[in-house]
Design a protein around this ligand. Structure first.
Ligand code: 5GP
Length: 213
């Protein structure tokens, strides 16, 4: 039986500094045929080493607001005084092509996605403790003390919403995390509610076989 395999929309959120970006990069490197990573639009300034069209599509506020007006974003949110949003066309194309599409977005966006795509799988990535988060944000050296404080305050806020996610991944060891995330998505594909077409087909197949006897 050769049934069309539909892609799963995977939302990954996590505290700033949780290492979720690194986990996703590894996942894509390991399984390039299976996953597609959505590139968001943002009004935040590029960090050193970031390239337009790779980490983000960097936009002026006016351009971003035009994308909102055009319905070009599936969801958008404000995060620490900048806009971030998910372009619609790439996500829809990749899902239709059977790829699992990863959205690395914050919690307001995750909620909007769940409303529009109830079948989406929501993962939350965290470190073991708060100090590790602070150390990583400080060690990254890309943010000012004020922004680090704002990001930690935001983490405390987001922590209130963790139970809304389907899975919790603790980022202690990169390889373990990548395997866990891949395992979760692999199991999701096997869920009965995603396989009803297969079930219908095997029933018809059995009926056909009995009639043929
Ligand atoms: P950063 O500035 O560290 O790259 O990202 C800040 C936060 O914005 C992170 O939690 C990240 O997951 C989130 N984010 C990135 N892109 C999007 C997006 O398209 N939509 C929403 N809602 N959040 C996003």
């Amino acid at each position: 039986m050769n049934l069309e395999k539909k892609g799963i929309l995977v939302v990954v959120s996590g505290f700033s500094g949780s290492g979720k970006g690194t986990i996703m990069k590894e996942l894509l490197k390991k399984y390039p045929e299976q996953y597609a990573l959505s590139i968001s639009a943002t009004t935040r300034q590029p960090r050193e080493g970031e390239t337009d069209g790779v980490e983000y599509f960097f936009k002026e506020t006016k351009e971003f607001e035009q994308m909102i007006a055009d319905g070009a974003l599936i969801e958008y949110a404000r995060y620490v005084s900048n806009y971030y949003g998910t372009p619609r066309s790439y996500v829809e194309e990749q899902l239709a092509a059977g790829h699992d599409v990863i959205l690395e977005i914050e919690i307001q966006g995750a909620r909007k996605i769940k409303e529009q795509y109830p079948d989406a799988v929501l993962l939350f990535v965290t470190t073991n403790d708060a100090q590790t988060l602070k150390d990583r944000l400080t060690g990254r050296g890309t943010e000012t003390a004020v922004v680090i404080h704002q990001r930690l305050a935001r983490a405390a806020q987001e922590a209130e919403g963790i139970e809304e996610y389907d899975y919790l991944v603790v980022n202690d060891d990169l390889d373990t995390c990548v395997n866990e995330v891949h395992g979760i998505i692999t199991s999701e594909h096997l869920k009965m509610r995603r396989r009803l077409e297969f079930v219908t087909n095997i029933r018809e197949d059995l009926q056909g076989l009995m009639k043929g006897e």
